[in-house]
Design a protein around this ligand. Structure first.
Ligand SMILES: Cc1cc2nc3c(=O)[nH]c(=O)nc-3n(C[C@H](O)[C@H](O)[C@H](O)COP(=O)(O)OP(=O)(O)OC[C@H]3O[C@@H](n4cnc5c(N)ncnc54)[C@H](O)[C@@H]3O)c2cc1C
Length: 460
């Protein structure tokens, strides 16, 4: 006998153009998987949208049945906010199209596109915009939180390059947000995460980049970490904005250019990226080699697209992850000492400390121009707790928390919401700092019932 709830599902199936996946379906467990293997939630209904109207049907269905909602772009959010238990998952993994207007340097991007989908489409025209460093991350969540990557110093955050977005609001209206339309909402979504509605298309500004750039890794022993990091912080103060260098501290993976006896030892990696004239770049980066006595290097001219995937092998889905993060306006000696202390007690071969370099164009935007307001930030300290087995949960989470606490006195204000874990609810107001009050007002206007709460939640 068909129940009332079966009938409602049948009606939903008829309305949506995409697929409905239910707990009894053979692909349910595969479809509900997200990047962080620690998150295991079971939505009641997964709506794999094929077009914007499918979002409207999913929202109505959730509302009529009193179900909560979560939204998945690329499924990379560390807190696992893409997944809810017993609710409706609005899944964009079938909406990945990227269309490029090369003449006007614009890209129109569906919300299920990964950074790899985006880069591939825009690089076909020799164009790019700043996005993150792992090609399987979703462009949707990354953009809505801010967007940090190799091109930030030259072209700003991903949000600084967002021109407009098509959205569906909590009350089921389809609207466009831009500098000219629904400007308060456009302000809020540029950093305010998924709090304000569902984005069904992003429009980005593009810039000529590559297709070849100069990039690669320089690997130093951990016992040279202090001098390498001190020289790094001086060097980047005057470096041109085409250059970006991220510091990665971890146990050395078995990279072929490193001697075998270095594999598994703690190392300081300078990941170098230069998107200007190659000959000038070669000259510019040469002094970096003498920051210490490197174990090895692998630097060369390569396609931008290839470099955009360089970190993929270290960041594949399926591992357990717990991340913590601080904003930094400087790399003080005290912080360097803490970094070195915790680098010497990495609890798993996959745990790592990332120090993205910000500055440049990121700092030229006024801090109240949009929700992402950390415009004094010079570096971000990103503590990646990452491991394979549940038995290691306690040691790896404790390491990340302890390091986060010890390094807190050296941090500046605010936090990048896209690097926050699922237990940082109490930190959301502080993360947004001075922009939080305005975000609350806009939340009250567009989502007074807080139906979009599976995120770093702004409570009106
Ligand atoms: C391996 C890895 C590497 C990373 N590297 C970087 C990096 O280099 N730079 C950087 O800035 N960040 C980076 N991040 C962080 C990343 O920006 C966030 O995890 C981001 O949330 C990922 O977006 P997503 O679409 O994949 O996430 P999802 O988990 O799919 O979504 C996260 C949240 O975004 C919101 N959302 C998603 N889609 C929509 C939509 N269409 N409409 C409205 N709200 C939506 C929802 O609230 C959702 O819960 C990285 C994360 C990982 C795991």
């Amino acid at each position: 006998m068909q129940t009332q709830s079966d009938e409602k599902i049948e009606t939903l199936k008829k309305k949506v153009k995409g697929q409905i996946v239910l707990p009894d379906d053979p692909n349910y467990n595969e479809v509900r998987k997200i990047w962080n293997a620690m998150i295991d939630r079971k939505p009641k209904v997964i709506v794999q949208c094929a077009e914007a109207d499918d979002v409207l049907h999913a929202l109505s269905y959730a509302r009529e049945n009193g179900l909560e909602i979560s939204i998945r772009g690329g499924g990379h959010n560390i807190a696992g906010s893409a997944l809810c238990n017993n609710g409706v998952l609005i899944d964009f993994s079938h909406m990945k199209a990227v269309s490029v207007d090369a003449q006007n340097r614009r890209a129109y991007v569906e919300p299920g596109a990964t950074l790899g989908d985006f880069d591939k489409a825009v690089q076909a025209h020799g164009l790019a915009t700043p996005v993150g460093i792992n090609s399987i991350t979703g462009i949707a969540g990354l953009t809505l939180g801010g967007g940090i990557g190799w091109l930030n110093r030259k072209y700003g955050m991903t949000v600084d390059n967002l021109v407009s977005a098509d959205m569906i609001t909590a009350d089921g209206r389809k609207i466009r947000v831009s500098e000219d339309e629904n400007t308060d909402l456009f302000w809020a979504i540029r950093g305010g995460g998924g709090n304000f509605g569902v984005v069904t298309q992003f429009e980005f500004k593009l810039h000529p980049v590559g297709p070849e750039i100069l990039a690669g890794l320089l690997v130093f022993p951990i016992n040279q970490a202090k001098q390498v990091l001190q020289k790094h912080r001086e060097f980047v103060k005057t470096a041109p904005e085409e250059l970006n260098i991220w510091v990665v501290i971890r146990k050395a993976p078995p990279l072929p250019f490193l001697p075998e006896n270095v594999h598994g030892k703690e190392v300081v990696v300078l990941a170098i990226f230069y998107a200007g004239d190659i000959a000038e770049g070669e000259k510019l980066i040469d002094p970096i080699r003498s920051f210490g006595d490197p174990y090895g290097e692998h630097i060369g001219v390569q396609p931008y697209l290839q470099w955009q995937q360089a970190f993929d092998p270290l960041l594949m889905p399926g591992a357990r992850n717990y991340w913590k993060s601080h904003n930094l306006t400087e790399l003080s000696d005290g912080l360097l000492d803490s970094i070195i202390e915790f680098a010497r007690k990495l609890p798993s071969p996959h745990c790592e400390i990332f120090l993205p370099l910000m500055s440049g164009a990121v700092n030229r935007v006024p801090s109240n121009a949009m929700a992402y307001g950390h415009r004094d930030v010079q570096f971000v300290l990103n503590v990646h707790g990452r491991w394979d087995e549940a038995a290691q949960d306690e040691s790896c989470i404790s390491w990340a928390r302890e390091f986060f606490n010890v390094s807190a006195p050296f941090a500046s204000t605010g936090a990048y919401v896209n690097f926050m874990s699922g237990d940082e609810d109490g930190r959301v107001a502080a993360a947004y700092g001075a922009n939080y009050d305005r975000l609350k007002q806009i939340k009250q206007k567009y989502d007074p019932e807080n139906i979009f709460h599976n995120n770093q939640n702004i409570k009106a």
